[in-house]
Design a protein around this ligand. Structure first.
Ligand code: HPA
Ligand code: ZN
Length: 339
């Protein structure tokens, strides 16, 4: 296993399911809260961290939205994003596709311009100073009305060049993909790619409807697909990638034990699975922690990890030339270490 951990540490990879607000570490939260004169209801970093115990997705979302309220200025969004990029760089992430939730911030009086300009400036520096490539995925909050998502979509048009895709996150139960059919259709007309969370707490039917109605390029999570053989065939036939987040699933009690995670089963059925961290500051594990934990629990070998890392580049929104360059780096790592 030690050998495998070393292999994972330097394994070139892409992260495709990462909420920037979910990378907000308690230390940075206290620092930013102090400079913005915003009170935090916990007395210390330790006390805040110990509050991160969740029994389901909604439990987590309540704490996650409260944390995001500390973010007010362009500098805050820069610092948040920069901290994540430095951390991801250590895990040999060559490319990252970052979700952000503008509606969370506009509810706190922070306009899209502040949010996106802060994040974007950090992404530019991430490329220049760390060599990380990235793209942005603007998410709609599914617990809000579709009309609010439509307003956000129009507001985002001046930033069209900075946003690659739109996504859908927040509470899955009670907010099915049907609710967002029009806004996704409009987004596609504007030229955005689309992804959406589905089958995290929701059913296989939610995944199917997400594919058929929202015409997504990837499914975020997708855990429940194995309960429907025809859906598995559809995912395979259309080569729709799943962005899995094992530690998140454990912490939100989607699974009881990591040994129960469907990743290996999915891989064996020929699905295009990837490993990601979702909200690492809240779930206590960045991308390499996810690779290591799931490898231990499911006894994955180097060939399987290679395939998963390769999937991460194949499933990305990178231009073909960069994708091939990264897969060459991956091959160098794999064949050199496996010799
Ligand atoms: N699911 C849904 N919404 C989210 C998540 C998640 O795992 N993380 C942040 N927003
Ligand atoms: Zn997520």
């Amino acid at each position: 296993m030690e050998n495998l951990v070393k292999y994972i540490e330097r394994l070139p990879k892409a992260e495709l399911h990462l909420h920037i607000e979910g990378t907000f570490e308690p230390e940075l939260m206290f620092e930013i809260a102090a400079r913005n004169h915003i009170p935090i209801k916990y007395n210390s970093v330790e006390e805040l961290r110990s509050a991160y115990q969740f029994s389901n997705l909604q439990d987590f979302l309540d704490i996650y939205y409260a944390g995001a309220a500390v973010l007010q200025t362009e500098e805050d969004f820069y610092d948040l994003t920069w901290a994540y990029l430095e951390r991801a760089h250590k895990d040999h992430v060559l490319h990252t596709e970052i979700f952000f939730d503008p509606q969370t911030h506009s509810a706190n009086g922070v306009p899209l311009k502040i949010v996106i300009e802060g994040i974007h400036a950090a992404l530019i520096d991430g490329h220049e100073k760390l060599g990380i490539t990235s793209c942005l995925i603007m998410c709609f909050l599914r617990h809000l009305e579709e009309s609010s998502a439509l307003v956000l979509l129009e507001e985002a048009l001046p930033y069209r060049e900075w946003i690659t895709a739109v996504g859908l996150d927040s509470s899955e139960n009670g907010n099915p993909p049907e609710k967002f059919e029009r806004v996704f259709s409009q987004a596609r007309e504007y030229g955005f790619l689309t992804v959406a969370h589905a089958g995290e707490e929701g059913t296989a039917e939610n995944i199917r409807n997400t594919i058929e109605l929202l015409k997504v390029a990837r499914i975020d999570h997708g855990n429940s697909c194995l309960s429907d053989d025809a859906l598995v065939d559809l995912l395979k036939k259309r080569k729709i990638p799943l962005t899995l987040c094992p530690i998140s699933n454990l912490k939100l009690k989607i699974i009881e034990r990591l040994e129960d995670h469907p990743l290996l089963n999915m891989l064996q059925k020929g699905l295009m699975v990837t490993i990601n961290s979702d909200d690492p500051a809240y779930f206590g594990g960045y991308i390499n922690d996810n690779y290591v934990a799931v490898s231990r629990a499911l006894n994955l070998d180097k060939e399987q990890l290679y395939q998963i890392a390769r999937n991460s580049f194949l499933a990305s929104f990178l231009p073909e030339s960069t994708r091939l360059k990264y897969i060459n780096h991956l091959n160098d790592h794999h064949y050199q270490i496996c010799d």
